[in-house]
Design a protein around this ligand. Sequence first.
Ligand code: ADP
Length: 161
Amino acid sequence: MPDRTAIYPGSFDPPTNGHLDLIGRAARIFDRLVVAVATNESKDCLFTVEERKTILEAIAKDIPGVTVTSFDGLSAEFAEEHGAVALVRGLRAISDFEFELSMAVMNKRINPEIETVCLMPSEPYMFLSSRVVKEVAFYGGDISGFVPHEVELALRKKLGT
Ligand code: ADP
């Protein structure tokens, strides 16, 4: 059987322990996992694409089979370009479900060959999001339990806290 590649697309602004947990678990399912930072102009991001890539590379460096890149456009098309068989996403709560379902249906229409594989978060990360981490960090709160050390440093530097 050929190598099975999956794409994990997202904003990762910034990556959290929840993202990292998902990367580790998806990397055990697939032979290769491409973590792909979406260059989405419509989203107001705190970190540049390059910063997010650098952080992801640092925190995922010890996980075998993982590479990091960026992309713009449609994730299903990007997945096809990489010969991927699946898109990996996380389903944290009911609130994620509708969005992920609509994305999965749309991606299936764009490329019926590519499956969307949704992983449930591990329990400690059930309600963890980049948005909440940024909010806590903005007000100088302790985020050390929510993000890798590299991200904590990068956030402090960015926000001057
Ligand atoms: P996007 O803007 O694409 O939603 P995110 O970086 O917020 O980008 O999330 C990328 C993917 O990672 C999404 O499928 C999201 O549900 C998932 N994800 C984010 N945080 C967690 C977490 N704590 N546990 C599991 N999955 C998560």
